[in-house]
Design a protein around this ligand. Structure first.
Ligand code: KG4
Ligand code: ZN
Length: 343
């Protein structure tokens, strides 16, 4: 089955063509960084308008790269939530209309399910069940994944998501938007022993996270030290390093705890913060030491993309799932409400 995937939940327009026989045929991505940079964050209305501008030309481009005509498409998958409602509606309206015009089914995809299944696009995909760590700009959660569509949330962030904490910490030190990758790059030149940040909620049982205190800790450290600092770049790098170490340690501790608690020996990491090199290295190292397997999507599929939506949608379409013509995009959508794939 050949499926077009459309991702438009936030500030990236992602399109892909996935073939259940041959795998991923093509994917293209348009980032809105330039649109939002001067505002220091995503402006929802500008995001929707930019998606509208790029969706149709990019569909043409991805079909051309895949070497197929639109009449060869057998289904369309689109992100229906969670995300910015206007941005979601832009993608949903295009997806629904195209599916109607081509008389093929269209299926809603949950953005976080897309992220969660992205590691399965790789050749050495893991088996079920597994524990998934989803770390993006909007969500941080641990789920026990029995099968596709069967997600039990076993831990989640009580306040800021990990990516959000990265972004806010970067912004507060004047590093601009999007701050996460910039902060991570800066952390590489920081001194690890300059500051000691807390590892929030690791000293008590449970799998929930709280990252907003870390962001405040970073802000206080910055305010207390910047006036007397004669090398602000190094100070920024040291704070970035201490902050990153704290986030990564916290995620690692909770992942190991989740594996122990569920008796699982397989971990899958997905979402934008999954692109973080320190997180990838530390988890690989821990997996070796403690005999569990860990898989990540390739770097470009950690952050938002159309490939994960085409893939997740293809699995659901093949299982006979699709939705009628109404456009039902939603800003909030609990993952546990998803239909299981096996009936
Ligand atoms: O999954 P994603 O593209 O969008 C959401 O669904 O939210 O994740 C974006 C988030 C942003 O907060 C960004 O700062 C963070 O992922 N991010 C990173 C890195 N690359 C992206 N955070 C830390 N280190 C990175 N290398
Ligand atoms: Zn995302």
């Amino acid at each position: 089955m050949i499926v077009l995937g459309i991702e438009s939940s936030c500030d990236e327009t992602g399109l892909a063509v996935y073939d259940s026989e041959q795998g991923l045929l093509a994917h293209v991505l348009h980032s809105q960084v330039a649109v939002h940079a001067e505002y220091g964050g995503v402006v929802p209305e500008l995001a929707s308008r930019d998606h509208i501008r790029y969706l149709l030309p990019l569909i043409g481009e991805v079909l051309q790269q895949a070497g197929i005509g639109k009449h060869e498409l057998e289904g369309i998958a689109y992100t229906a939530g969670p995300g910015l409602i206007g941005a979601l509606m832009s993608g949903a309206a295009v997806a629904r209309s195209l599916a109607w015009a081509l008389a093929i089914p269209a299926v809603e995809v949950h953005h976080m399910e897309g992220h969660l299944l992205a590691p399965l696009l790789e050749e050495e995909a893991t088996d079920f069940p597994f524990v998934a760590l989803l770390v993006s700009g909007g969500h941080t959660l641990l789920a026990y994944v029995a099968a596709i569509g069967e997600y039990e949330i076993i831990g989640q962030s009580l306040d800021d998501a990990a990516g959000e904490a990265f972004d806010k910490t970067a912004k507060m030190m004047g590093l601009g938007y999007p701050g996460g990758p910039v902060l991570a790059e800066l952390a590489a030149s920081g001194r690890g022993d300059a500051f000691q940040f807390p590892r929030p909620m690791t000293g008590r049982p449970g799998l929930d996270f709280s990252f907003s205190g870390l962001k405040t800790f970073a802000l206080n450290t910055w305010e207390q030290n910047r006036k007397q600092s004669d090398n602000k770049d190094q100070l920024r790098a040291n704070i970035a390093c201490a902050f990153e170490q704290a986030v990564v340690d916290t995620l690692l501790i909770k992942c190991r705890r989740a594996l122990q608690q569920t008796g699982c020996a397989r971990l899958v990491v997905a979402g934008g913060v999954g692109a973080n090199q320190r997180l990838r290295q530390r988890l690989h190292q821990s997996a070796k030491e403690h005999q569990f397997s860990v898989s990540f999507p390739r770097l470009e599929f950690c952050t938002d993309n159309g490939a994960m939506i085409a893939f997740a949608g293809c699995l659901r379409l093949q299982a006979g799932q699709s939705q009628p013509l109404d456009i039902d995009a939603r800003a909030r959508w609990p993952m546990e409400d998803l239909l299981p794939l096996r009936r």
